[in-house]
Design a protein around this ligand. Structure first.
Ligand code: ARG
Length: 458
């Protein structure tokens, strides 16, 4: 096929160079956005008297028929085309003849691609937002069901203080709420229209950029035509949002993998989200969580790849920028798949409350509460901390726990100890007495659940 730009050349493009240059095998997924953008562009050209009403009607009909045929499978992408923009334009000319050649007036592929990718990302971000909300809802429901389930909370992966499983889960819900808002913010910033920037310098035609921007659902136009075609910061920002989502999913995955091990046995994943081993008959592996953790690497990599691609580029458009698409498309596909698998995996996960409780009974996780007990009776915290530390040492040496040490023994350490201490250091009390805002206490967890419920309503 002759290139549209063949005019100034004496030779055809080398076949391998042609394949190397072509982006249609990945940018064809923006066909709808490309056609929509072209429809609005033609309407603007007609409104401004740059093309006639009849020419516009012809173009619109041609573009509609291309869209229809692509959707119903009557037309397939010509992999010989350089990219989706060239494909649509040449198909249009094939269908309506010379009027098709008027579509590209006052436009360049440089602003066209900058437009298409924004339109595409806007829709994808909408879907990712929906998947995030679904996951947040699943976590909220799981938290609701586990408000009384006590487990050890950890720091340094060492048992630290008793918490409820609901509280732990809600921490992730909060993170995913911020991920949702982060995408919303980034889309808001991205949502300015580059079309009309043309190759880089704008155009001599009397175009109406504001009209196109409004028609295409943008907040306004990009104010600088060079910026309009050069910049991909919105891709970087969104890819960093996606990387952050993956980071959160990956931490969650790591915990699910640990919790599923025989060493923890805090949860059991549903059979439908686990796999067996080809050699060890007893195995039930948390492959989905491992894959999510593993795929986080490629989403980070995509971000780094595009940052690196862009760092040395002079303004305005350079072909290097074609590399933005595969990176961001892969990140989008990966995040969507991971979110889609995560929500039902969490929803069907069985919580082994008894094992969580037994683990909470070991490891002296009520030691802080015992120190606080003394503080409330007038002892300075540092002194109380020291006494309890010595008591823990005593317990370890004698193979016992704080709950089992007789009161007479306690009295040897401090006269302030009384038999009410046993109630104070029961796991239930440790949780119930956490009254500070945001804490693991029952009231606070209820408020957190309400917060998430309100968030989901917005
Ligand atoms: N396929 C190109 C891309 O994705 C479209 C823009 C091409 N512009 C150009 N001047 N060659 O970046």
């Amino acid at each position: 096929m002759d290139k549209m730009w063949a005019g100034r050349f004496n030779k055809a493009l080398n076949k391998e160079a042609d394949d190397f240059n072509s982006s249609i095998h990945f940018d064809s997924r923006m066909y709808k956005q490309d056609i929509t953008g072209s429809m609005v562009h033609a309407m603007m050209l007609s409104n401004q008297g740059i093309i006639t009403k009849d020419e516009y009607a012809d173009i619109l009909k041609g573009l509609s028929s291309i869209l229809e045929d692509l959707e119903n499978g009557e037309l397939s992408f010509d992999m010989e085309a350089e990219d989706i923009h060239m494909f649509v334009e040449s198909e249009l000319t094939k269908r309506i003849g010379d009027n098709g050649k008027k579509l590209h007036t006052a436009r360049s592929r440089n602003d066209q691609v900058a437009l298409d990718i924004r339109l595409y990302l806007r829709e994808e971000c909408d879907q990712i937002g929906g998947l995030l909300l679904k996951l947040i809802e699943v976590i909220r429901d799981k938290a609701k069901d586990n408000q009384n389930v006590i487990m050890p909370g950890y720091t340094h992966l060492q048992r630290a203080q008793p918490i409820t499983f609901a509280h732990h889960l809600l921490a992730y819900a909060m993170m995913f709420c911020r991920d949702f808002d982060r995408i919303k913010d980034a889309v808001e910033r991205m949502n300015y229209c580059p079309i009309g920037s043309c190759a880089l310098a704008g155009t001599t035609y009397n175009t109406d950029r504001a009209f196109e921007a409004e028609r295409l659902g943008f907040n306004g136009i990009m104010m600088n035509s060079i910026d309009g075609v050069s910049d991909r910061d919105f891709c970087i920002e969104l890819m960093s949002c996606f990387a952050t989502i993956m980071m959160h999913l990956s931490r969650f995955s790591e915990e699910i993998i640990l919790w599923s091990s025989w060493e923890f046995k805090f949860v059991e994943l549903d059979d439908s989200f686990t796999t067996g081993s080809s050699i060890m008959p007893q195995k039930k592996n948390p492959d989905m969580a491992e894959l999510v953790r593993g795929k986080t690497g490629r989403v980070y990599g995509n971000l780094m790849a595009l940052l690196t691609t862009l760092k040395g580029l002079p303004l305005a458009y350079n072909k290097d920028m074609q590399e933005d698409k595969e990176a961001i498309f892969d990140s989008i596909d990966t995040v969507k798949k991971c979110l889609s698998i995560f929500a039902p995996m969490i929803a069907t996960m069985n919580v082994l409350k008894g094992n969580m409780y037994s683990a909470a009974q070991k490891g002296f996780i009520n030691a802080t509460d015992l120190a606080d007990y003394l503080v409330k009776k007038g002892m300075p915290f540092r002194t109380a901390y020291k006494h309890v530390g010595t008591l823990v040492g005593y317990c370890i040496e004698n193979g016992t726990v704080l709950e089992e040490v007789p009161i007479e023994k306690y009295k040897e350490y401090s006269e302030l100890f009384d038999s009410d201490l046993y109630n104070e250091i029961s796991l239930e009390t440790c949780v119930a007495k956490r009254i500070s805002a945001g804490s693991t206490g029952y009231e606070s967890v209820k408020q957190q659940i309400e917060y998430i419920t309100e968030f989901l309503k917005k």
